[in-house]
Design a protein around this ligand. Structure first.
Ligand code: GLN
Ligand code: ZN
Length: 766
């Protein structure tokens, strides 16, 4: 048998033109029957395997494909179905599978959460007291399929037991080991069956090894992997990690597995350093993730070859497998259909298919000698250099502005207490001012107008007039409801990052550059490929128009630098924080423009601030301080009277509360409705002395909250927060809601505020 030289960890599911997504949605809508659905899905999966084979990948992953989410696949393989869904044992039906993911009339869907520090969301398995069973051996089934249909001896991909239980919920910390003990025999059985089928290689994903683990957690690895090894000693098991350097490196090296998969891209050099320090066992295989599975830039072949040479000094090439740093699920499928992208840019990019090609080229370079890929190397350095030296990346003004920041500390003129007084005088807001987070319903009609405008079916001025009408309508609605601080409604925006990206230089949008976010939902992150340049006001037209219609303050609405950064594919020729600062400088111009035009409240949203936290605690501080710096760069130039708001949506607020204080925003609004209790606890242990609105109702559901419920939420918040600083708002933007429910919900909210004011007055009088 030939030696295995390269491998892939996972291929994007969604298809070149999102065929997978469309098929799913057609099935859910009842436009296609189950048999046809399954047939066509099989077709997509087979085609993806074929593509990888044609490219020349030796070890092709099987079982990475899914109809929704690979974590959910793992759960149902063990018969884990939350009690609220119908299930009577045995293989989980397709219907139940989708019910868990999407909910039913009577049962809420399982919770969804972010897959490590990526933008992919998985379904959180709900473990309970029932004993898990192996109800189908999915890896086996997919292995057989690939072998029968394509003569591929695939590499089953399985989520490892420790990561799986860690990512699940429904147990207490001290029950962790008990659950592991339940699953290990099932994993052993899977492997035994695979071995019987003649499977040679298995990829067992344990990305949890890249997070900060306790020693106790780690000891489990030894026991678990010994059992798995003994169950199927002939299988070549690769323990696969990604997204960071591995903790407990020396111990991981001694685990009884055939090979170890390491990420050499997103580890900041840690894995190579450890490798040099501890060496690598003679009998093991190293699967080296050298091609970036998470960004879309073409690899620099020269750099990659020298990385491989360094690795080769420790691990000889007959025990070295070249692969991407993680599953390619996090990048779009192919550049092939991007016909309108600027050539200089496109030549320097690489999506999943192009990345597989890079792997194959590197494989040739390593095994047959550099000379054999000299053409590719030359070509490669030309295109990379061309982009780096292009005018896109070398704007003199941006470069000098960034340079000037070296010693600059962005701060407001006066401290909060002083600003607060001035702002009180300027705005005359009542106690517990009411406001919303920014967006109002993006109805079908709104989206249709935008589409027609983009297609050129309506003119710019027709579109603008339509947006203005919407703004006008909603200013009136807000006044009628009795809100104190109004917004224009964001009708002109599809997406809070895309909107700004389209108006700033340095951003580019692809046609088919989609990646899966969750289920059938895909996002198309912008590329930040060049210097970010402000090209004139992005929001003042709409905001100033809205303000002209009312005497109440209208908040300007911007997306913050860190959110724009975290939701984009970002250039890598300069440090990330420098890109953040470039965006911040552009936003600062916008803030100034708004202020000059009479907008005296400006909200800068940072919903993605928390999710960008590095996997490792020791890296948090650096990340947070650069985030705070960029935010302040964007927001601190204003007069003391101008009120800066920010908004974030998530729980686990405690983790970053110090950074939030440092943002020095005058008012922050936070999502809390779904985790109210937890958030309140956070404020019991921490004081927060600036304006704050804890979302008092959950906008993620169409349900209209009751007055009592809201009063209750307000009450609880006031136990831990200063009433003079408290704002009342929904927990996030209302763009996904219908008009009627939005109006009804906001009315209840304004009522609740009035009630709460009265209650407080009575309390003060007594
Ligand atoms: N201003 C944005 C909106 O209201 C904020 C969205 C968000 O927090 N994700 O839609
Ligand atoms: Zn939000």
């Amino acid at each position: 048998m030939n030696i295995v030289k390269n491998s892939n960890l996972g291929y994007p599911r969604i298809g070149e033109k999102r065929e997978w997504k469309k098929l799913l949605e057609r099935f859910w809508a009842g436009d296609i029957d189950k048999e046809a659905f399954i047939n066509q899905m099989d077709g997509i999966r087979i085609q993806h395997l074929q593509k990888q084979k044609d490219q020349g990948i030796n070890l092709i992953p099987v079982g990475d494909f899914t109809l929704y989410d690979h974590v959910l696949d793992t759960a149902v393989m063990f018969g884990i179905v939350p009690k609220r869904f119908k299930y009577h044992g045995g293989k989980v039906s397709l219907e139940t599978y989708f019910e868990i993911a999407r909910g039913t009339k009577d049962a809420v869907a399982s919770e969804m959460t972010k897959w490590f520090n990526t933008n992919y969301h998985y379904i959180v398995p709900e473990l309970d007291q029932s004993t898990p069973k192996l109800v189908e051996n999915r890896p086996l089934q997919f292995y057989k399929e690939a072998k029968q249909k394509l003569e591929i001896k695939g590499k089953p991909v399985i989520m490892g037991p420790i990561t799986f239980v860690k990512l699940s919920k429904g147990y207490k910390e001290d029950e962790f080991k008990t659950f592991i003990d339940q699953f290990v025999p099932l994993y052993a059985e899977i492997l035994r069956q695979l071995q019987m089928e003649g499977v040679e290689w298995v990829q067992m994903d344990e990305p949890i090894l890249s997070t900060t683990l306790t020693n106790e957690d780690f000891t489990l690895f030894k026991d678990v992997y010994q059992v798995l090894h003994d169950a199927a000693p002939n299988i070549k098991l690769i323990l696969q990690t990604y997204f960071e350097g591995v903790e407990h490196f020396e111990d991981v090296l001694s685990l009884p597995v055939h090979g170890l998969g390491l990420d050499f891209v997103h580890d900041q050099g840690q894995n190579l350093k450890e490798l040099k320090k501890y060496g690598f066992p003679d009998e093991k295989v190293l699967a080296a993730g050298v091609i970036d599975g998470r960004n879309i830039w073409r690899a620099n072949l020269t750099d990659k070859l020298s990385l491989l040479e360094e690795i080769e000094q420790i691990v000889p090439k007959n025990r070295l497998i070249i692969q991407p740093s993680s599953s390619l699920l996090h990048v779009p499928v192919t550049l092939r259909n991007e016909e309108t992208l600027n050539e200089v840019l496109k030549d320097a990019m690489s999506f999943a298919d192009e990345k597989l090609h890079e792997i194959v080229v590197l494989t040739r370079g390593l095994h047959e000698g550099k000379e054999t890929i000299q053409n590719e190397i030359t070509q490669n350095s030309i295109v990379i250099q061309e982009l780096n030296e292009s005018s896109f990346r070398n704007n003199v003004n941006v470069k000098s502005a960034i340079k000037n920041l070296d010693t600059y500390k962005p701060e407001r003129d006066a401290p909060f207490e002083v600003r607060q007084k001035l702002q009180e005088e300027a705005f005359h807001l009542p106690l517990f001012p009411t406001t919303t987070i920014g967006s109002f319903p993006q109805t079908k009609e709104v989206r249709k107008h935008r589409l027609n405008w983009r297609k050129g079916e309506i003119t710019d001025s027709e579109y603008e007039a339509y947006i203005k009408d919407e703004i006008k309508k909603w200013i009136q609605i807000q006044e009628d409801i009795g809100l104190d601080v109004l917004v224009h409604g964001e009708f002109e925006r599809t997406d809070m990052v895309e909107y700004f990206g389209e108006k700033l230089a340095g951003f580019q949008f692809t046609k088919f550059g989609w990646v899966q976010s969750y289920g059938s939902r895909c996002v198309k992150p912008p590329l930040i490929y060049g210097d970010v340049i402000y090209q004139g006001s992005m929001t003042s037209n709409e905001t100033v128009y809205a303000q002209s219609l009312t005497n109440r303050p209208v908040k300007g609405m911007l997306t913050g630098p860190i959110t724009i950064l975290n939701w984009s594919f970002v250039r890598e020729d300069i440090p990330r924080h420098e890109v953040a600062n470039q965006i911040a400088l552009a936003l600062c111009e916008e803030v100034k423009t708004l202020e000059k035009n009479g907008i005296n409240m400006i909200q800068v949203d940072e919903p993605a601030l928390r999710e960008g936290l590095p996997l490792k605690r020791e890296k948090w501080e650096n990340y947070l301080s650069t985030a705070v710096y960029a935010f302040k760069l964007a927001t601190t130039s204003v007069r003391n009277e101008t009120q800066i708001h920010t908004h974030m949506c998530y729980s686990n607020f405690e983790d970053i509360i110090d950074a939030i204080k440092e943002l020095d925003a005058d008012v922050i609004s936070i999502e809390t409705s779904r985790s109210h209790g937890e958030l309140i606890n956070a404020f019991e242990n921490n004081t927060y002395g600036k304006g704050i609105g804890l979302g008092v109702y959950d906008i993620h559901s169409p349900r209209i909250p009751s007055l009592d419920e809201l009063l209750n939420n307000i009450d609880r918040a006031l136990h831990v927060l200063d009433p003079r600083l408290f704002w009342i708002n929904p927990d996030c933007g209302l763009k996904t809601r219908g008009i009627d429910e939005t109006v009804a919900g906001l009315k209840v909210m304004v009522d609740a505020a009035k009630n709460a004011r009265k209650k407080l007055l009575i309390k003060c009088e007594n």
